[in-house]
Design a protein around this ligand. Sequence first.
Ligand code: TXA
Ligand code: MG
Length: 343
Amino acid sequence: MHTGPSSIVISRDVSRGAELLRAGGLVAFPTETVYGLGADAANPVAVSRIFTVKGRPADHPLIVHIRRMEELAFWAVDVPDAAWLLAQRFWPGPLTLILRRHPAVLDLVTGGLETVGLRVPSHPVALALLERFGGAIAAPSANRFGRVSPTEAAHVAEELGGLVDLILDGGRCDIGVESTIVDPTTGEPAILRPGGIPKEMLEDALSTPVYLRRGGPVRCPGQHPMHYAPRARVLVTSPGPELRAKVEDLLVGGARVAVMSPDPWEALPHGVLRIPLPSSLPEMARELYRSLRLADRLGADVVVATCPPRSGLGLAIADRLERAARVGSADAEIAHPGKENSA
Ligand code: TXA
Ligand code: MG
């Protein structure tokens, strides 16, 4: 364990994490997707601290992390067959199921909704923490509201610093984008947020098409326009001439421009900051948030990113890039105050 400046405690001590959760503390912990900011899901005071620390609106529900599928019955009622099937196939893993809440689930956790989001993470540190703690852990991603999710313990320290009681270090997250959120409660299972389990795999498991559900009231930060955003403005473009033209325009305007792409660089003008991404989609997903953070560290004003094909993990990557890009364009009035205090 080491204590950094402003009393940031980064540690590998899972027992200490469990102890702090029992005492109503906030413990950031690694999952296979991104780091979570955890509290005892049954302790309203602890859960309310999550909202304060993140700067998150109170009506945005949290995911409840449980140890195993059999615990679904404590948290949800009327669990449909499709949900059991998905849980059996993909848990532990990057899938969140939205189910009708058990009456005992705290309103604070569900944001007052009649449903609750549940998942069993597969990261060994997350599972060990759940096991030692013995209860369920309510946890959003461990970033300030609207910002890029952390995929390393050091990113959590950057985001939340001394505001958490402990940051459990489990190395870099393997998947790098958040869980896929699925609502299996209607006859037509729908994805509310694309993520670590590709749509094609859900369709294969359910033997039915699965649709992306968009729009509706913004209750879920994953659906919020100002999300996943670095400080730099993000522009999404296709590779080739369009990318080059955009970069040249920006350079002429005097901007410090970073290009984030797996595509070849030869055709790009001098003077751009290069943030290469791997071309395989799982590796691209793993590097995505780290690369957006790197753009900020390099002092880029603008990140020009190319969008992968929307298949497999490409759907989640494209979704995050597009949400990051909406900050500072159409949603400028909402986004700018949020960006200033990085809420
Ligand atoms: O991979 C992940 O899902 C990570 C790790 C830490 O588990 N967690 C995460 O949490 O991304 P968060 O809070 O940043 O995003 C969770 C999303 C939010 O968009 C939230 O609104 C949605 O899940 N959600 C939770 N409960 C819901 C519900 N009952 N109905 C609809 N959406 C819900
Ligand atoms: Mg989040």
